[in-house]
Structures are given as structure tokens and as C-alpha cells.
Design a protein. Sequence first.
Lengths: 318, 290
Amino acid sequence: VISRRAPLAFWTGFGVVLALLILAPLVLPEFWRRFVTEILIWGLLAMSSDILIGYTGMISFGHSAFFGLGMYGAAAALLSTRPPSLWLAFVYGLAAAAAVAAFVAYFSTRLRDIYFSITTLIFSQIFYVIIFTWTEVTGGENGLSFRRPALAIPGLFSVPFDSNTLHWFVLAVVTASYLVLRRITHSPFGMVLQSIRENEPRTRAVGYAVERYKIVAVMLSGVFAGLAGVLYALQNRFAAPDYVFFVVSGEVVIFNVMGGIGTLVGPIVGAASFLLLREGFSRFFTEFYLIPVGVIFTAMVIFMPQGLLGFLRRRLNE
Amino acid sequence: VPILLDQILIQTINGIVTGMILALVASGLTLIFGIMDVVNFAHGELFMLGAYVGVTTMVATGNFWIALLVATVVIALLGAVIQITTLRPLLGRDPLTTILATFGLSLVLQNYALWQFGPVARKIQEPFTGHFSLFYLDYPWYRLVIAGLSAAIIGALWLFLKFGTYGIWIRATTQDRVMASAMGIPVPWVHTAVFAIGAGMAAASGVLFGPLVGVNHAMGLDWVLKAFIVVVVGGMGNLGGSIAAAIFVSLLEAYASLWVSPAQAVIVSFVVLILTLLFRPTGLFVPTPK
């Protein structure tokens, strides 16, 4: 039984970090403002994948499919309605990601461990090939570009996004997602997922329909990945097949391992450190920054499997 | 457009040729998996680096066969080094950690190749350029030689596993790691040797395949994906199943490319994978589990 009152230290830390993130765009120069917003979006994607990697013990190498479909869903909404509606972008993006997630979940959860990883990888490639070759609908290699909608509630107000309001908007969505995901991992449902991670045969023996839980977990994870995709589309005003490609899925796994799996906030820290490392190494290694990053990642898998925030894991889940 | 019998026959031969190369890649992958429980994400990168070592040796010596041999040996040694430095410390940990570690390696190797050799594709000169006429085509002999050589290498591997002393060590380690160790078999070194053999086979297929397409730094992902499909369809860790699945999938793709572009023909193998997962998740080419 978990205690109903989360410890004061946790909420104090949460408040401090949130306050810093709210203030960030007011003090940072334009480049770093954008950088922090981007960290939040990639962090949300990584956090969604943590539901599978960290809490259910399934490594997905296919999160780019959900992320990419979120982007293309948002693009479809923004290109088909006039004036473009922000909320419709969310509806379309989440629906697209959820549909793909349902499809992937149904098939891939029939397999366990490594087989699950391989099938998710292959599924994401299926969607990549479809998006890449179906030029009439998806724009093929060039992708789709569109105008950013205004932040509006119909009948109440409508303001165009600038980089500050976009940052706060992204921050609000990511924070809300974090709180929802944290609540889910604390719920009885989340406990069953963690029990699948610890011992799947025993969970089944106790009487839980393991397959059904896994399907829901993959779908949940896919929907939040799609949400990250919608935010990324809003920030960059395009959807491109590169973001459905396997490289994105790989980066998501790196974020998780670097930051610490099974912590939800760890993946955000992982995303931040990956993007900072990329920024730093690009100065010396130009586009070959993945050589040192790959070495660091492999070394972390061997020597530091808990990741940067692993030491906080118990605290963060209290 | 009506599809003629001769086109189907040509595609059959094409399918078997790519199928044999794929079988060579996949059998290394499945060997490593069957014995070490390691999914080698860097397998495609070993294939690609093998092809590059082949290109470099070709430039230096001008002899294809020396290039094939050098690439196999160099990449086998690289495989041994990789196994000792990154996979041996992970022995006994969750097998999922090995997929992460080899994924990290694949990033390093792929970007190393891009850095060292640049983005422009290189070409390996085929060892001989003879053709024979097949209906309206001049079909290169070299393609048939690739299929034959791949079959020979796989056959040699099978004979080695079946009758060689060290092959018996490898099979013993597969069956029961602890017992093999108790019988005095140096299990860690068996693992190293198996990884080296798998890496060498990937490199050999890279060099053999090099003359058919260009060699570039990104070719690994395509092959490792196909090899993964084959290994799952054939039944994980099952050598015979992988070979059958490799030929089966390649034939289907070859026939499909009669109607659609090769980029879309890939979807056929994805469909085969989905159907396999749906109806026979243990693999198409293994006996039904009781």
C-alpha cells in the first residue's frame, strides 16, 4: 500500500523546478529559450517511453512512429481547416497516434523482451516507408509545412504564439502530462505494470490479464508520444518523414537510459543532457557528435545502468 | 502489363541470390543470439564496415579474394574486441541491456564510417565480369557465384558446429552454459569466438554484396532490419529456419517488385512478419510447439 501523502521534499523540488522553468524564457536569450522548449518536448516523448521501458520492462524502439503520426495528424488538421485550429491539431494528432498505437500494441505485445523491441522497430519502419513513399498525401521526402495557429479559446480570446507563450504552453502541457503519468504509475493499473516488469509469469499466475495490461500500456505511451509530436509540429511548423525514422526512436531510448529509467523525470534530464552534449560536441566533432555520445551511452549502459537520476528513483516514485 | 514466365524466372534467381546473402547475415545474427542471448544491434554496422574494409583492401591490392579474406579477418577481430570490452561485462545481466549496448556501438561505428569514408558511396569491382544469356538478359555469373559462396560459408559453419571439436563446445554452451563450464569448456572465450565468427560472416556478406550496390555508411540499418525480420520469421536462434526464411522473404520481395517499386516491395516482408506474429509467433519454419 502506498502512502496517500507524497513527501514534502518531492513537492518542494517540483515547485522549484517548475518555477525555474516558468522564469526561464524571461532571462534566457532567444537561442536558449528555444532550446529549453525543445528539451521539454523531447522530454515528454522520452517520458512517454519510460512508461514502457521503466515501468513495464518493455524497450520500445518504435516511438518515432507515434511521435511522427502526432506531427502528421497535427499537420492534417492545420492544413485542412481555416483558420487553423490549435485544438483540432491536438484532436487529429492524438487520434492518429492512438490509432497507430492500437495497431502496434495489438501485434507487438504478443512477443516479449527482445522480440518486442524488434517488432516495434520494424513497425516504425513500416510507417516510415508508407509516409516516405505516399507523396500525394504526406508530401513524401519534403514533408508538410503549415502556419502556426493562434492560442485561442473560441469566443473568449485569441493571441498569436510568440516564443514566450509557446514555451509556457509547452510547459503547461508537459507538466500536466507528468502529473497524469505520475498518477497513473501510482494507480493500481501502474502497480500491475510494475509487477509485470518484476515478474511476468507470477503476475499472470496471480490472475491479471497481462496481455491486456500491456496493450493499454503501449497505447497510453503512444498517445503521450503523439502529444509530444503535436507540440513539436507546433514549435517547428512542419511535419517531416525524418521524425518517423528509426533514429528518433533510438534517441528516445538514449534519453531514458541517460536520465534514469523508471523515474519519469529522469528521461527529461536525459533529453536535456543529450541535447547539451550534442551542442557541446558539435563544436569539436561537427556532425559526428554521435561518436562521443555513443561511447558515453555505451559506457553508461555498462557502468551506470541506473542513469543520472537513478539514485533518486525511490524518492521520485514515493 | 502481363507478367511473363521469363520475368518470374529471372526474379526467382534474383530472389535466391539476395536470399543467400541475407541468410549469411542472419545466420551470424541468429548464432550470436542462440548462444549468448545477445541481440546484436550493431550487426548491420559490421556488415557495412566489412564492405568498407573490402573497398580499402581492393584499392591497395586489386584482388577481390584477398579483400574478402582481409575484411572477414579484420571484422572478426573487431568483433572479438567488441565482445570482450562491451558484452562480457554484461554477462548475467538482463539480455535487454545487450540490445542497448550494441545500439550504442552501432551509433559509434556508423558515424565513424561516415567520418572516415565520407557520404559518397564507394563501389567494389566485381572479381569477374562474365555474363550468360538468360532470355532477353545478360545475367552476370558473379551473382550466381555469390549465392554459391554464401551457401558454402553457411554449409561450412554447419559442418563446423556439427563435427568440429570447437563446434561441439559451442553447441554445448548453447544447451547448458553452467554444465559446459563445469566440463572445462572456457565459456567466456566460446562467447568471444562466436561473436567473432558472426562478425566475420557479416563482413564477408558485406564484401560479397558490395559489387551489386554501392557501399555507404547507412547500408547497415536496411540489412539489420531485414535480418531481424528473417530471424523472427524463421524462429529466433534457429539456423535452418533463418536460412529458409531469408530465401522465402527475398523471393516474395523479388516477385513483389514486378508490380511495385523496390522501396515499396519492402512492405511485403513487413506483412510476412505481421502474419507470422499473428498466427505462428514462434516462427514459420519450426515445428509447432506442443
